[in-house]
Design a protein around this ligand. Sequence first.
Ligand code: GLC
Length: 815
Amino acid sequence: MALDGSAAIKPDKYGQVHEPALWQHLGEFTALEQEGNAYICRGTKGSAAIVFLSDNVFRAKIFHGEQVDLTTTVAVLPQSGSVNVSVSEEAERVVFRTMSIQVAMDKRDLSLAVEDLNGRLIMQQQPVAWNARGEMHALYAMPEDSHFYGLGEKTSFLDKRGEKYTNWNTDVYAPHVPEIEALYESIPLLIHMVDGRSYGLFLDNPGRSDFDMRSQETLFKIGCSTGAYDLYFIHGPELKDVVKRYTGLTGRMDLPPKWAIGYHQSRYSYMNQQEVLELARTFRAKQIPCDVIYLDIHYMDEYRVFTFDPVRFPDPEGMIEELRGMGIRIVPIVDPGVKKDAKYAAYQEGVRENHFVKKLEGDIFFGEVWPGTSAFPDFTEDRTAEWWGEKHKFYTDLGIQGIWNDMNEPALFNESKTMDLDAMHGNNGKPLTHEELHNIYGMLMSKATYEGLREQLNGQRPFVLTRAGYAGIQRYAAVWTGDNRSFWEHMALAMPMVMNMGLSGIPFAGPDIGGFAHDTSSELLIRWTQMGAFFPYCRNHSAIGTVRQEPWSFGEKAEGILREYIGLRYRFMPHLYNLFHEAAVDGLPVLRPLLLEYPNDPNVVNLCDQFLIGNNLLIAPVYRPDTTHRAVYLPEGTWIDYWTGEAHEGGRHILANAPLAIMPMYVKAGTMLAEGVLKQSADDAAEEKVTLHVYGAQASEGFTATYQLYEDDGVSFAYQAGAHSELAVQVTGGSDSVAIRWSYSDTAGFRVNREQLGFTLQQPGFVPQDVAGLTKMSLESIEAGHEGWAWDDVKRVLHIQVVDRDEGGQLVITV
Ligand code: GLC
């Protein structure tokens, strides 16, 4: 008989010990102290620091003891500026007042309530609680008419009411379905909207955090498993204010290079140099615009980062040069795992110079990824981030300007799917476990990459794409939404996902168009590309072993439709770029839920199968098979069908006709769009022309439409030193005329080299009789480049073409 050891009575054999969670609170208020700009509120069992960053944003950080540490993660930008706060102590509360809000701290338990200056309650917190295991949470009032947004990249619909999510960056290859609580990115920002008024709560904690809007009827919960309860309150009341202020806190993107907002083609993997070149030639031969081809893991020598496979890619430099001749750039994938291989330079360096994540005991932490056993750079150390950035000289020396960061959750092939929780990060002298820093690892990798590229590209703008990220990732990278599938459901899911990413500060996002895993179909690819052509980030990518999904994979008819829509993206490039500029300036997303523009319209609180590009172009994709009609909701105003010119009164649903070649699109009357010329790559400057389309102009007093077109060289950082121009266009109606005035400002450092400017009046409420000073001519003459005007009676469009002069100009159209 085998003798049993004590292991026979290991406690876990008898089930879990029931332990009632003992939650502690800060206790009663004892004193208020001021340290610099922080108000330290002392309680009998802990402290809370309140720091006002502006009249509308404050931080409340909780401390278990007396010690106060006001450092932040890198998510939060250094904040400057002083705020006038008046503090008054009342019998039951301490009240902090700014020009916009009033924050009352309850003396019984140090919980917070925020009111506006009219005494209207905005946010009501219950006391922050923690237990002996270091978990912390607080509950917040959830009135009946509550709606929730933000939280970055999550499954399910736009409104997160009734949902529950975890923030723990996770490589989820198994399908993205509603019950998946965590994906690759963690943006712990929750926007709470009640009666059309919004505020945001951002929990700056890069460990695991939880947001529960499901479990209780009148309360929602924000908690974390480790680390600090470091909460930022962001006042609205407009949803746009919350987004602007949140991005003021965590940063905004720099303008991307224009080529990065072109069409991108990828596959896991284009296997060799010939295949890549052939692919590029096919795009050009078929006249399908394309700016980027991606190199997935097979370009590397046995998946060693910073190498090319010598057999499959014998001459990367020659290949890249040839591609550049065709206007196409290469973006290679770079994963964090560095192959354990004594003969491999990056590994040798990493070990010798002490760059890899270690266990506390001093051994390097190893994990399995594509190259087999690998070590992982510790990006929390600035010196390692710099080393990693410098290693990218390998790519930039070859002419590469963009890098694709993947597997940076970090994703590992083990049961937990990631690094051991007790692996240690140096964190610039303040060591923490991986458990405490998990969600920030991927962002720090992209930061290191971005900064390295920026250093090496001699003033050219880098492009970084990432899968994992944390709050603030928008400063360094575009984000794609990971391994979706060629499911119609996943096409539909991409809309709310990218909308919420936009509300969470990430304007440059998009899914794998056509779907990554599983086999796409002709129809799905068509519908998805129609939609994807308007997504801020636009890449077709598919997995190894799936059917091909390059634009020509399904015959000529499909190819024709795809060419048309990809082309449409390029024609809309001036407008798209303008919106990217807006995102860079004030953080507003390019792709917007209708809610952002119409926060008081109850029909749009959870509307997420149609979206706006900017504030006036409404896109209503078809996202079901064999479907040629769909309901479209048009908010207030008049909306003009982009394809037919038909005008519809808004504030109601219409049934749109959508045969396979048509994705319903509407432009709001009284607004404008800027269109450029169709190019095969975004930074092709051979021919420049911009046409400003005015929708639904009226020859009556009170009609106005305006547009500001921002332009710069699209590739360098010279714009930050003033090398850009703004074209301001104003269209005004008179009693029987319409005037167009335009002028340039800021042209000292930059002016697009173009000869002509076009204007069209789409569906004006009149038939034009004359355009003062210009000759009436045929449409053909306009197309041939002459200055003049033409009226298309069939389509009801007035075309005007003038010489584009620095001093601007003015035109009067009489009816
Ligand atoms: C991951 C990425 C996917 C990539 C693959 C191979 O699954 O999400 O985009 O193609 O790895 O590198």
